[in-house]
Design a protein around this ligand. Structure first.
Ligand code: OAK
Length: 833
């Protein structure tokens, strides 16, 4: 066991450097004594983690300071990425990896009686995001730092991030996850960076006619910085997250002393609520108001920070310079309030006229859309908005009015559609709304989708009339993932093989170099090494499943994985229905036939939104099927079904490298991009998938022979849905058989009827099998047969696996971010010497 830290002599602080494991060890020991949040005289693995993190933070802070000093001196245009979500996961492995200090820390910890592997397990995931959008934001930060871009991420410091998922006999249960329970070792609180944020109040007109927003509730936003190191560069940027606070002078000591305790702490409570949870339930009016407050807190605090930086660097302010110094990217519509807030600051605080403020605002702001699902397109009640943010509502109404005038003047033929295009939706006088996406499209200078198909759908469907007005605004930025976290660090074995065969590790920052693997795809030696690395990853994941989930899986079986949020459009249901069909088939086979099947372990992971009943039923079905299949002695050697609980970034880092087949099977046209598809392909996992989102581009890059394709095309979906509703669809008998099997209670007596009913053509809601599960079922089974057949040919499978990795170069977030920087932000590199 580790030594008693306080017994050793206190060393001078040495900043960690590669090759100096003694210095690193001394630094860890120093922190175990002087930065510790635990009682002294202990150096168990948890203390070792916090001391290690504190030590790494020293290196980060030093670089961070140098980076921002450099930015300050150089005064380049800066980019600000505003997002309500950042799904960071753990930071230790990534930080020491990016700093080039992994070996030094591993050796130092060994000297101190610990093992880096165990130490890193102590870290909690920072899960300030729900899924794809939040994880993308985190990949982007990694790339912005690595590419030496002068950039900031801005978010909120939720106390409880994404909920912890526990699977019980009832299905999914949600529990609060307190990532700050023992405080985060990475964040730096900036007591000198606070801004007032106002809610409610009223608008008054000054004697000079200027409008002023006054009164209401005023809180304080306090900054916390999380340093984000680039790979192979000193540049270390910041994720600045805001916490809502009430300054001491606003605490009503008189009321408190008069015994009115609750009244005295009212404002404090309201402030605490703002940053209490990621995505508070918004089915109630209070929930909606809270979510809007969160969004405004992010926008108001971030813009004040941006203004203060802009002003700090110049004497006389020329406002037209603003867009030459500031680019703001809105991660979906959640930070849309940045638009009226920027207008408000420029007009009301700085005294600019509408036209000048408008030009500055639209040249500064760019918007990314991440979904076409109607239910995910934000609309806020005008009444709520006017109450909470009266001045912003005025500005939004003025933007809408001017938009109508513009259309009438320039495109009279669109007037019949104007109502549907307006920012304000007044169609229901009882429930007037603000369409946030329309506000973004009208105001921003750039509107982008996140994969080619998705960007086309934005132009041709969702925003088609806006596209005809401003074609120049619309562009595509196909998503990407960071190759550091998603290959180099999560699969060191495969990385070493890639480096060996490419004779360089430059692929880590130039992912296109992976294409160099193509020439070796059939090389027996590489195939063997590749297979061994994949097997090692499978064994590691199997150990995790045994230890954490308590299920035993055989690493010699085909590892087939679908991990993502549980949603009907992502069609986990299609997957589990085919598993049921496979189960039935195997059950009916003779022992000889069974011996001929390809044994598979089918794994699912993902969280269902707490109030999404259908999604929760899908989770329940998967676990119920698992319970039956895994306990069937005739079938379980050939098929296992596992639900991996509490899927998060850390689980993904284990599962993806271990996967051989991954499922990306959304109804065509519904998945904007997907990013786990990229991570899987990068790790040599073959994809079974539809022509949706980034699947299409992945298939193009890795070659269609290396992709198990099935399913309807996006263009055909509307017609197929119509036919389904009209009763023209004839279901495959195997589809009917599977549904009947579930209805026979083969998997228990849970009420699956609402799930099964939604698969029928006519549900009475006009949305019969909206996700086309029945339509795609036979094609999916055929594609699965092809998977089995291919898997039997090991050389062929290995070749396809190598080609998947070799074709993944395009999907680096470095490429995506370079495109944003060059084509939207006009921001250049600013590298610390
Ligand atoms: C979440 C809430 C509102 C709007 C969109 C989302 C979201 O997570 N969208 C996802 O964004 C990812 C990153 O662009 C895409 O890869 C996913 O396809 C998309 O569903």
């Amino acid at each position: 066991m580790a030594s008693n830290a306080s017994e050793s002599a206190v060393p001078a602080i040495a900043h960690p450097t590669p090759g100096d494991s003694f210095g690193v060890a001394a630094n860890i020991v120093y922190h175990s004594q002087f930065s510790s949040r635990f009682s002294p005289f202990k150096f168990e693995v948890e203390q070792a983690f916090y001391a290690t993190a504190a030590s790494v933070k020293d290196a980060l802070v030093q670089r961070w300071n140098e980076t921002y000093k450099h930015f300050h001196e150089e005064d380049p245009k800066q980019v600000y990425y505003l997002s309500m979500e950042f799904l960071q996961g753990r930071a230790l492995t990534n930080a020491i990896g990016n700093l080039g200090l992994s070996d030094a820390y591993a050796a130092a910890l060994t000297k101190l009686g610990h093992d880096l592997e165990n130490v890193r397990e102590q870290e909690k995931d920072a899960a300030l995001g729900n899924g794809g959008l939040g994880r993308l934001a985190s990949c982007f930060l990694d790339s912005m730092a690595t590419l030496d871009l002068p950039a900031w991420g801005y978010g909120l410091r939720y106390k409880y991030g994404l909920f912890k998922q526990i699977i019980s006999s009832k299905g999914q249960e949600e529990y609060a996850e307190d990532w700050l329970e023992k405080s985060s070792p990475w964040e730096i609180v900036r007591h000198d960076v606070t801004y007032p944020v106002r809610f409610f109040g009223e608008v008054q007109v000054d004697s000079d006619g200027r409008r002023k927003w006054i009164g209401g509730e005023v809180m304080q936003a306090l900054a916390y910085d999380i340093p984000i190191p680039g790979y192979n560069t000193k540049n270390t940027i910041s994720l600045r997250i805001w916490e809502a606070r009430v300054p001491a002078e606003d605490f009503d000591l008189y009321a408190f002393n008069a015994g009115k305790h609750e009244e005295a702490v009212q404002l404090q409570l309201k402030a605490d609520q703002i940053c209490s949870v990621l995505y508070p339930g918004d089915s109630t009016e209070d929930g909606k108001l809270l979510r809007l407050k969160q969004q405004y807190m992010l926008c108001s605090a971030s813009l004040q920070d941006i203004f203060s930086r802009f002003k700090e660097r110049r004497g006389a302010i020329s406002w037209d310079e603003f867009p030459n110094k500031v680019a703001v990217q809105l991660n979906d519509t959640h930070p849309t309030l940045a638009i009226p807030e920027l207008m408000r600051i420029l007009m009301d605080d700085e005294g600019l006229g509408w036209d000048q403020a408008w030009n500055i605002t639209s040249s500064t702001i760019a918007y990314t859309n991440h979904t076409v699902l109607p239910e995910a397109l934000e609309k806020w009640s005008q009444v709520v908005m006017a109450k909470l943010l009266p001045r912003h509502m005025e500005i939004i109404a003025e933007i809408d009015k001017r938009f109508q005038v513009l259309v009438a003047r320039t495109r009279p033929e669109l007037e019949s559609k104007l109502e549907a295009l307006q920012v304000l939706d007044n169609s229901n006088p009882e429930k007037k709304l603000v369409r946030m996406a329309h506000l973004c499209v009208v105001s921003a200078h750039s509107v982008n989708g996140v994969a080619e198909l998705h960007s086309e759908i934005l132009k041709k469907e969702l925003f088609s009339d806006f596209y005809s007005l401003w074609p120049e605004k619309f562009n595509n930025k196909t998503n990407g993932v960071t190759p550091r976290r998603w290959l180099r660090f999560c699969s060191p074995e495969l990385s070493a093989i890639i480096t060996k065969w490419l004779r360089t590790d430059k692929w880590v920052t130039n992912l296109d170099l992976l294409s160099g693997l193509r020439e070796f795809a059939e090389n027996k030696q590489l195939q063997e090494e590749w297979n061994a690395a994949k097997l090692a990853n499978k064994v590691r994941f199997a150990d995790y499943l045994l230890k954490v989930v308590g299920v035993e899986v055989n690493p010699q079986t085909l590892f087939d994985i679908q991990i993502k949020r549980i949603h009907e459009y992502k069609r986990q249901l299609l997957n589990i229905l085919s598993v049921i069909y496979r189960y039935k088939t195997i059950k009916e086979m003779s022992p000889e036939e069974r011996a001929n099947t390809v044994p598979r372990t089918v794994m699912f992971g993902g969280k269902a939104f707490a109030t999404y009943a259908q999604a929760k039923r899908i989770v329940k079905l998967v676990t119920d099927v698992g319970a039956v299949v895994n306990n069937d002695p005739n079938v379980s050697p050939h098929l296992k079904v596992v639900f991996i609980p509490n899927y998060n970034v850390t689980v993904a880092e284990l599962a993806i490298p271990a996967s051989e087949l991954s499922q990306h099977i959304s109804t065509a046209g519904m998945e904007a991009s997907g990013t786990s598809n990229m991570k899987f392909a990068l790790n040599g996992s073959l994809i079974i998938g539809t022509l949706d989102g980034a699947n299409i581009e992945i298939r193009e890059e890795i070659g269609e022979d290396n992709f198990f394709l099935f399913g309807a095309r996006a263009d055909d979906v509307p017609r197929l849905r119509k036919e389904r509703e009209q009763g023209k669809f004839v279901p495959d008998p195997r589809f009917e058989e599977v549904k009947d099997f579930i209805r026979s209670k083969a998997f228990g007596d849970f009420d699956y009827e609402p799930l099964l009913e939604a698969l029928e053509g006519d549900t009475g809601y006009g949305r019969g099998d909206y996700f086309l599960v029945g339509q795609d079922f036979p094609g999916y089974l055929d594609a699965q047969d092809k998977v089995d057949e291919t898997y039997k040919n090991r050389a062929k499978w290995m070749k396809m696996s190598i080609l998947s990795t070799a074709g993944s170069g395009k999907f680096s977030s470095d490429r995506t971010i370079s495109q944003y920087a060059n084509e939207i932000w006009q921001v250049g590199q600013c590298r610390v010497p």
